[in-house]
Design a binder for this molecule. Structure first.
Ligand code: FAS
Ligand code: PHB
Length: 405
């Protein structure tokens, strides 16, 4: 792979060092790492800037993700507006139990929406003047095996096709992206788990009814009270996997949330619903994450159920490793980091897979649990986590993202 060059255009082929497909958190973070290292890179994004900035997704940043954002010069608003949380509450049987993560691990998490992370990183990229093509889906990736220079073909909504020749291509294009497609099923091993339920999420213009997140186990199903600020709440309900959104009026959502979250001496504030959507749940890992000079990063390579608040943080972890490896390669010619990328990331990915699966199966009503055996197991596990310092520390280390470090 190549030496230092600047993006040049020869015969309509734009030459660069790294093409990044996707301007979600993974692609934007990687682009920022490469920019700061002086490595030429081009981002192509299928959707509009407005869509990317408004797409409601993650809300919790692990300590390492917040640190990465600050190191990349994207920490100002995070530090001014983010809410630092030292604990979470597990609520079951009508009682709440705080897990004091900061006391147990020395770490906290920050509530700062993925929408804000994306806005901050896009603004920085625009300030740097680095190429970021919105409404420009990549439609083909060629020559990424065999040691040659790969080519990415993209189709801007309003312009001639883009032909980009690079040294490295990174598919940070999410679960439905092109990255895994161009590699082909034969070269990828998929391991996955589906769940018989989904999340109905709302964003509401009302102050949160809690200072920290509440993860609630209830016979009617799981509920989560999160937030985006001191005036905007984010809440979720477990619903059936085939649930229809039009069956859930705002009032019905609030009533169900109030029922599941009920606790003596506590009440749920309600308010105008700004957004409402149903998100399916899956666990998914595609390996290897490298195919010649094509690398998969973030949701393109792995998906976790959001119960463990890991998705965005895993994506950030991938590109922190990949970014360092690319800087090493393009500045020294070494490839040790690139060669180790997939193995390094998959160890952390599988830790997060296990934690997300454990949190999900501990907290969600299991359809078909007719005699309540699984519900009793869940209650026993919750009671153990809330009574054993060792068990609470294990949950806390995984939640803040330091487990296995
Ligand atoms: P992303 O999917 O964010 O970004 C990929 C980008 O690539 C997109 O902008 C897409 O438009 C673009 N793209 C796709 N194909 C392309 C092509 N051919 N050419 C160019 N661009 C292309 N995680 C949590 O931690 N907590 C949560 O509560 C949570 N909620 C979620 C809710 C939903 C509905 C979804 C889908 C995910 C949720 N996640 C959550 C996980 C989510 O936050 C992801 O982990 C995070 O977005 C991963 O970032 P990326 O890997 O950058 O992928
Ligand atoms: C969110 O605020 O969107 C959120 C928080 C914690 C989770 C999942 C989602 O586990």
């Amino acid at each position: 792979m190549g030496t230092s060059i600047h993006s040049t255009v020869v015969n309509d082929v734009q030459r660069t060092q790294v093409v990044v497909i996707g301007a979600g958190p993974a692609g934007l973070l990687l682009g920022r790492i490469l920019d700061l290292a002086g490595i030429d890179n081009v981002l192509v994004e299928a959707r509009s800037r407005r869509h990317c900035e408004q797409r409601l997704r993650a809300g919790i940043l692990e300590h390492a993700t917040s640190t990465l954002l600050r190191d990349l010069g994207a920490g100002q608003r995070l530090d001014a507006e983010g809410l630092v949380h030292g604990g979470i509450e597990l609520r079951f049987g009508g009682a709440g139990h705080r897990i004091a993560m900061d006391e147990l691990t020395g770490c906290s998490v920050t509530v700062y929406g993925q929408t804000e992370v994306v806005k901050d990183l896009i603004a920085l990229r625009r300030e740097a003047g680095s190429p970021l093509y919105f409404d420009t889906p990549a439609v083909a990736v060629e020559d990424f095996t065999g040691g040659g220079r790969p080519v990415v073909r993209a189709e801007p909504a309003d312009g001639p096709p883009l032909v980009l020749r690079a040294d490295v291509v990174v598919a940070a294009d999410g679960f439905h992206g092109i990255g895994r497609q161009v590699v082909g099923d034969r070269a990828i091993t998929v391991r996955q788990q589906s769940y018989p339920y989904a999340w109905l999420g709302i964003l509401a213009d009302v102050a949160p009814s809690c200072d920290e997140l509440i993860y609630c186990h209830h016979d009617r199903g799981f509920a989560l009270h999160s937030m985006r600020s001191t005036t905007v709440s984010r809440l979720y309900l477990q619903v059936d996997v085939d649930e229809q959104l039009d069956q859930w009026s705002d009032d019905r959502v609030w009533d169900e949330l109030a029922t599941r979250l009920a606790m003596d001496g506590w009440s749920l504030r309600t308010g105008p619903v700004l957004d409402k959507a149903i998100t399916p749940m899956r666990s998914f890992v595609a390996s290897p994450m490298r195919h010649g000079s094509l690398f998969l990063a973030g949701d393109a390579a792995h998906i976790v159920p959001p119960t463990g608040a890991k998705g965005l943080n895993l994506a950030a972890g991938d590109v922190a490793v990949l970014g360092a490896a690319l800087v090493e390669h393009f500045t020294t010619g070494q490839s040790a980091g690139l060669d180790a990328y997939a193995g390094t990331c998959l160890r952390r990915v599988w830790r997060a897979q296990d934690f997300s699966y454990t949190m999900t199966t501990m907290l969600h009503r299991a359809p078909g649990d007719t005699d309540g055996y699984l519900a009793e197991l869940q209650r026993a596990r919750l009671a153990y986590v809330c009574s054993s310092e060792a068990a609470a520390r294990s949950l806390a280390e995984n939640y803040v993202g330091i487990a296995g470090h």
